[in-house]
Design a protein around this ligand. Structure first.
Ligand code: XMP
Ligand code: MG
Length: 181
């Protein structure tokens, strides 16, 4: 991987340690008899939700949603579309969104707007990564945040570059040469 990794931003060990902490916080936030639907935002959130869910010691229901917010490049176009909706009803249930990264906040703003119309009991966001410098949607409130990162394009642990490298178990900044290929 040396040929594409410029800098390892968050190692596998750090990721796993932080996810364990997030799981503990979430576990104490809810009650054992709460009805909770954990929502993974595909595709980037799939590894994060898999690991986080195992650290949440509550009887959660897992569901998946796929949205698209930009077309292949590295910046948001502002156009957010639901490609795959939830299977579960979230009415009167607690929704816990597991997201890979919040950049401008536009994607989550849109998702929350849609989910709120379905009358859930609560909506909380747990994001692995946050780029606070890039936030334009100030009203999107993150309940749990794994790591605040600088405004750099990052890849690995669910995050892709042109659909590749999602399976790399750490978060890295790719070499600029990668974009030129
Ligand atoms: P917004 O701007 O709507 O963007 O908060 C959130 C979505 O944008 C993608 N994103 C990234 N994907 N490396 C990636 O691979 C990045 O550094 C990055 N920044 C934003 C991601 O899909 C996220 O859900
Ligand atoms: Mg992507």
């Amino acid at each position: 991987m040396e040929e594409i990794v410029d800098e390892v931003l968050i190692s596998e060990k750090k990721l796993q340690a932080r996810i364990k902490e997030l799981g503990e916080k979430i576990t104490t936030h809810y009650n054992q008899d709460d009805e909770i639907v954990m929502v993974c935002i595909l595709r980037g959130g799939f590894l994060f939700m898999a690991d986080l869910a195992r650290e949440v010691k509550l009887p959660v229901v897992l569901d998946f949603m796929d949205v698209t917010s930009y077309e292949g490049g590295t910046t948001t176009t502002g156009d957010v579309r639901i490609i795959k909706d939830l299977e579960e009803s979230i009415e009167h249930k607690h929704v816990l969104i597991a997201e890979d990264i919040i950049d401008t906040g536009l994607t989550l703003k849109h998702i929350i707007k849609v989910l709120e119309t379905r009358n859930p009991k609560s909506i909380n966001i747990c994001t692995l990564l946050d780029k606070p410098e890039r936030r334009t949607e100030k009203e999107v409130e993150v309940t749990w945040n794994g790591f605040e990162i600088p405004n750099k394009f990052v890849v690995g642990y669910g995050l892709d570059f042109q659909e590749k490298y999602r399976n790399i178990p750490y978060i890295f900044v790719p070499k600029p040469e990668l974009y030129k290929k």
